[in-house]
Design a binder for this molecule. Structure first.
Ligand SMILES: Nc1ncnc2c1ncn2[C@@H]1O[C@H](COP(=O)(O)OP(=O)(O)OP(=O)(O)O)[C@@H](O)[C@H]1O
Length: 708
């Protein structure tokens, strides 16, 4: 039998840190190694200092070594690390590989923390205060990934914040689970990540069977079988893009399985929702290869995210699978569909044109009622459009839950002409609002019984779609296995209004999951951003509440910098000076995000004057990574993107929230305020490592009133 060869995720990262010449040698070595790890050309040397007797070193060249797990038992070889001779030996000296006896996952432990745990073990008798996890049996903690040898570290934790000290000491899965538990997530829910329940019998795991451990799906978050040509090539092409191959167990469980109907995936910013959605599209497409006609539709709210996703799919899908996936934002899909069906559709996107139509209609406002113009806009958006009210009769019947102004039949009759006139204005101009277009497309599909080629629909940014959009989406694929896969996060809702999937015919009961590990942002930035939303109840897209508990980032860094400058010039100076410290490469991975288009000019001028190149990311275009310079964009435009450094700038009172967003209706005011907070949350959570939030004169109340 051919030996089993695997490569750890860290091995790829370590190769990337080698000089160019050694990187090339390492890649050649991988090829040789995967073909035959027992080849006479590969010399295994034992490592005197190694705690784990299964670790060996092999030559990459004269000066560089790879560290390999080559256990006595079983024909298994795992590439773990590449480095200069001494550094590689030092790495190996501090590592121990263990198969978790409860979940069978292969884990890499640091020997120094095993020592620390042993010392703590001796002090256990002197412990006086109760431990945070006392109520949970060892067996369950081990099941959640805590290695037995490190258990004393966990038993000594007394308060939730101390869990963070374990981040560097425990395997990621153990830390993730403990962080969830410390945040109040139940043991059942934490165990469910691994499809285990409290009632399950203890597992029968052979802790010496490395080949078996590599086959465990949960080991795949850090080990790749070298026989998987496609995945290996993907990693060799872009070793830093771990998401292309190494999925979190929860991500895997969402992607690689049949679902008996629509699935909803929630998760805060940066938790890998789009990654999951892309892998899901790939999985569905690969299964549909034999049927020439069928397609997978991957739809998003914004055009630029659709372009981004299309680019990314190219990196994980073979051309035949790629051809099966249509990536398109829903507006564009509807336009294309309606045009093709002989009903050309022009959207009323031009703000000036729309204002003109409203001005014409508002002339019919009943004087006696003294209702502000905003009432009519809001009534249209909240009542008329979502409920498809197209006549006075329908308006009489329409539900107006949560609307500030009460209207009886007489009053409804008095205000109706405004809506009727606005509607005919749109019709005369040959324009549709998106809600109209969704509704028209749905009606056409239903009346003509049009069969679309989709066997699966993937929806990203689900929080921004409204009722009509979801009703249409429901209709695009027949109700069957794997039909709908919706990812979203109400905390990031910056366009649409709250929607209830169940009311759109999308039943997700029993098929709802949550991603909690933030892969993008440091814990400091994530925590700060989340606290902007504290105390606000966000929905789960289906009439429930989405709690913000149990989220964590595995990365640490500096706290966001919050500053209020005396004037605009001083703020711009700070940003410019900070950017001057970046290399050309660093600049292209930094972004200045502002609330309004008009605010950009200030920073554009400052950058031009100081000779810093910049690149404005426009509404419907891709961020062209080939372009040099710091990125300049609105907070709306950065949705779905990410940058090493974010400068969220000009966040002044009157700008966030925008003063002109005022309304007379307290419900609308609350909703708009919430949306503005979400905008800030979205902008800040684009930052991977550095985030500056600044303003001048007076900072936005969202920031100045935030508890420290
Ligand atoms: N399994 C993984 N391994 C490594 N990186 C990952 C993994 N999953 C996601 N990421 C990375 O995390 C970052 C965020 O992922 P993604 O954009 O999918 O999150 P998201 O939940 O859609 O974010 P948002 O809602 O904020 O737009 C990306 O840089 C992505 O490459």
């Amino acid at each position: 039998m051919h030996p089993k060869v695997a490569i750890s995720s860290e091995f790829f990262s370590s190769v990337l840190k080698l000089p160019k010449a050694q990187q090339e040698k390492a890649v050649k070595f991988i090829e040789l190694f995967r073909q035959d790890p027992t080849s006479p050309g590969i010399n295994y040397e034992s490592i005197q200092s190694a705690r784990d007797r299964n670790l060996r070193s092999v030559r990459i060249d004269q000066a560089y070594r790879a560290i390999v797990l080559a256990p006595e038992r079983g024909d298994v070889y795992i590439l773990l690390w590449a480095d200069k001779h001494d550094d590689a030996y030092e790495w190996a000296g501090n590592k121990v590989l263990r198969i978790n006896p409860e979940n069978g996952v292969l884990q890499i432990l640091e020997a120094q923390y095993i020592d620390e745990a042993q010392q703590l073990q001796q002090l256990t008798g002197q412990k006086t205060k109760p431990g945070l996890f006392d109520a949970i049996k060892d067996r369950y903690l081990v099941r959640l990934g805590v290695p037995e040898e490190l258990m004393p570290l966990v038993r000594h934790v007394e308060i939730p914040v101390d869990v963070d000290d374990l981040k560097a000491k425990l395997p990621d899965e153990a830390y993730e689970a403990l962080a969830m538990l410390a945040d109040g997530v139940s043991l059942e829910e934490a165990l469910s990540v691994y499809d285990v329940s409290l009632q399950d019998e203890p597992a029968q795991i052979d802790t010496h069977d490395f080949a078996g451990a590599l086959d465990n799906p949960d080991s795949k978050r850090r080990f790749l079988l070298a026989s998987d040509d496609e995945a290996l090539q993907t990693m060799l092409d872009a070793p830093l893009e771990k998401w292309r191959v190494f999925l979190h167990p929860l991500q895997r469980k969402l992607v690689f399985r049949d679902w008996n109907g629509p699935v909803r995936v929630l998760g805060g910013a940066g938790t890998g929702k789009t990654v999951v959605a892309m892998h899901r599209a790939k999985w569905l497409a690969e299964r549909a290869l034999t049927d020439r006609e069928t397609r997978i539709l991957f739809t998003t709210y914004t055009k630029n995210l659709a372009i981004d996703i299309e680019q990314n799919l190219k990196h994980i899908c073979a051309p035949e699978a790629l051809r099966k996936i249509e990536v398109i934002n829903l507006d564009a899909w509807v336009k294309r569909f309606m045009d093709k069906q002989g009903y050309p559709t022009n959207f009323a996107f031009d703000k000036r044109q729309k204002k003109q139509l409203w001005d014409n209609a508002l002339v019919l406002k009943p004087d006696a009622l003294d209702l502000p113009d905003s009432f009519f806009h809001e009534e249209w958006e909240k009542v008329i459009q979502p409920q498809n009210v197209n006549s006075l009769e329908n308006y009489f019947k329409a539900r107006r839950l949560g609307r500030g102004v009460q209207l009886n039949r007489t009053l409804k009759k008095a205000v109706w002409p405004v809506f009727e006139n606005y509607r005919s204005g749109l019709d005369d101009a040959g324009l549709k609002e998106t809600e109209d277009a969704y509704r028209d497309a749905l009606a056409l599909i239903q009346t003509k019984s049009i069969q679309l080629p989709y066997t699966g629909i993937i929806v990203d940014e689900g929080q921004d779609f409204g009722l009509n959009a979801f009703r249409l989406i429901r209709q695009l694929a027949p109700e069957q296995q794997n039909d709908l896969f919706i990812v979203g996060d109400a905390h990031q809702r910056i366009y649409g209004s709250k929607v209830v999937l169940g009311q759109c015919g999308i039943k997700i009961i029993g098929r709802s999951r949550k991603l909690r590990i933030n892969y993008r942002t440091t814990e400091q930035i994530r925590h700060w951003a989340v606290s902007l939303l504290n105390g606000i109840a966000f929905d789960d897209l289906d009439n429930g509440v989405d709690e913000q508990t149990g989220y964590r980032s595995l990365m640490s860094g500096t706290e966001p910098i919050i500053q209020c400058f005396a004037n605009a010039q001083m703020e711009a100076e700070f940003i410019v000076n900070s950017l001057k410290e970046l290399t050309d490469q660093g600049l292209a991975k930094a972004c200045i995000a502002v609330r309004r288009h008009a605010d950009m000019e200030r920073y554009r001028l400052a950058l031009t004057e100081s000779g810093i190149p910049f690149y404005q990311i426009d509404q419907n275009a891709l961020d062209n990574t080939a372009q040099p310079g710091v990125r300049l964009a609105t907070v709306h435009r950065v949705k779905g993107l990410e940058f090493d450094a974010m400068y969220v700038a000009g966040i002044n009172e009157g700008i966030v929230p925008l003063a002109i967003l005022d309304s007379d209706d307290p419900t609308i005011i609350r909703e708009r305020q919430q949306r503005e907070r979400s905008l800030l949350y979205v902008a800040i959570t684009r930052a991977k490592g550095f985030c500056s939030i600044s303003g001048f004169g007076k900072l936005s109340q969202f920031i100045s009133s935030k508890p420290a």
